[in-house]
Design a binder for this molecule. Structure first.
Ligand code: SAM
Length: 354
């Protein structure tokens, strides 16, 4: 069977083999049986993307979800409110590529008006930010994270299959001008592809003030080309940068990105997301909702909770809350990337919402 077809989202959920003891608490924060509290929610607003990053999606794209399967703006806004009531403090809008969802600023405005205290940010490839940064800021977006894997035009084009680096730079400038700050840059580092640029990215961070976060390549690419040998350990990245620009750790938090400042006081910062070599499952506070309304408690989860069906069937907030509480309660201890029995989830990154 074509590998790509196996990745089409399915509503039949395989089990991850974890059975939680007892019942989820009926009040208080969203807690699981390991005592972790989930208060950071990523909501994917579309599974489509205008880039074709080699480590994420095939050149020809994926079979897109039918429009009617995707959560409406009203549904997303309502869910954001339900999660806020459960203690979520920040939502990050993602995809696919969030900016290609039609009238995307309208969604941000709806969510902002309905939930004035919620932090709302976005992860984007930056391609459309040159014209959308200001409308999004006006709509109430707080800040952006922009993905950028190379500072070299030809390599950027190779990795994203789009000759768009200059446009992304324009987008970054527009985001800054619109006050969508502090800006973070996500860079997936792949051995033999772009690991020779980590010091250049650190230099770029010092010049611009953006925090550059290096992400380890994860087995979530639709084409299943991932192999362990292509992962550049975060520890190596930090060591390489530290030799040129000494770094100071910012201390441990629940944030998966371990952040470092420059010892000489330069602006900018460097972060690492070491999901493969140093999994941070024991402090993971993240939840994700896919574009069609499936709640995932882990990037690598083998099961999901369908929120769209009850939403569309007229469920009351209390019913949605109970469903969410039970789903978080059933979160497994951690993903098994480093176990011999690791199985990739049935979705690739763009279908989950990174
Ligand atoms: N289109 C938006 C963007 O480019 O940021 C949001 C969605 S994208 C799936 C979110 C993040 O996931 C990006 O920073 C991307 O680089 C990262 N990503 C995608 N596939 C990945 C993989 N196999 N391993 C690690 N990170 C990956």
């Amino acid at each position: 069977m074509d590998k790509r077809i196996e990745l089409i989202p399915t509503t039949s959920h395989s089990s991850d083999g974890f059975t939680p003891q007892g019942e989820a608490p009926a009040s208080g924060p969203l807690v699981d049986t390991f005592g972790r509290i989930a208060d950071d929610l990523r909501i994917s607003v579309t599974d489509r993307c205008n880039f074709r990053c080699t480590y994420c999606m095939p050149a020809e794209g994926l079979p897109w979800l039918p429009r009617e399967d995707i959560l409406t703006f009203e549904e997303i806004t309502r869910l954001a409110g339900v999660f806020e009531g459960l203690g979520v403090k920040e939502i990050k809008l993602t995809g696919g590529e969030p900016t290609i969802r039609r009238e995307f600023p309208k969604l941000v405005a709806m969510a902002r008006t309905a939930h004035p205290d919620l932090a709302i940010s976005m992860t984007t490839n930056g391609f459309l930010l040159d014209r959308l940064a200001q409308p999004l800021a006006d709509a109430g977006l707080d800040r952006v994270t922009v993905s950028c894997d190379s500072l070299m035009r030809h390599r950027f084009a190779e990795m994203t299959r789009r000759d768009a680096l200059e446009k992304v730079f324009e987008g970054l400038r527009a985001a800054e001008a619109a006050g969508l700050t502090p800006i973070k840059l996500n860079c997936v580092v792949i051995a033999g592809t772009n690991e020779d640029e980590v010091v250049d990215f650190a230099r770029f961070s010092r010049r611009t003030g953006y925090e550059v976060r290096f992400i380890e390549y994860m087995p979530l690419d639709a084409e299943q080309h991932w192999e362990r040998a292509k992962v550049v350990p975060s520890a190596e990245i930090l060591e390489t940068i530290d030799k040129v620009f000494p770094l100071i750790a910012q201390g441990e938090g629940v944030e998966p990105a371990t952040t470092f400042r420059f010892a000489d006081g330069a602006r900018g910062a460097v972060g690492v997301i070491a999901s493969v070599t140093e999994p941070f499952c024991d402090t993971c506070n993240r939840l994700r909702i896919t574009a069609e309304g499936q709640l995932r408690a882990c990037l690598f989860a083998m099961n999901e909770t369908d929120l769209r069906t009850p939403l569309r069937a007229g469920a009351a907030d209390r019913e949605l809350e109970d469903l969410i509480r039970s789903s978080v309660w059933a979160k497994w201890e951690g993903h098994k990337i480093n176990h011999p029995d690791f199985q990739r989830p049935g979705r690739s990154m763009s279908m989950i919402g990174g």
